[in-house]
Design a protein around this ligand. Structure first.
Ligand SMILES: [Zn+2]
Length: 100
């Protein structure tokens, strides 16, 4: 039987492939505390760094209501902002994301 930590990391990777999730959502789905998810992520990134077919994408926290990263009520954005708990994480096949 593999050590439990490895199982959690495998599960995080499986959940993130093709899906944008925040640490909070991951915590709910894996069933562990959000801070533990954050603790596993550097290892997930390290694991993926060895795999050239996958890429870990971290997007900044954005208002989950309007999607703005920089929310400005003075610009006319609704108030208060609905911040995601943390940036959204996602694993994508590296070949699919050519940034020009
Ligand atoms: Zn907003």
């Amino acid at each position: 039987m593999p050590p439990p930590e490895r199982t959690v990391r495998q599960r995080i990777i499986e959940l993130l492939i093709g899906t944008r999730l925040s640490s909070y959502q991951l915590a709910q789905m894996v069933g562990i505390a959000e801070r533990l998810i954050e603790g596993h992520l550097p290892h997930v990134v390290k694991t993926l760094a060895r795999d050239r077919t996958q890429r870990f994408v971290l997007e900044p926290a954005a208002c989950s209501d309007c999607g703005f990263v920089s929310h400005m009520p003075e610009r006319g954005d609704h108030s208060p902002p609905v911040w995601n708990r943390a940036g959204q994480k996602m694993i994508r096949p590296s070949g699919q994301t050519r940034v020009k």
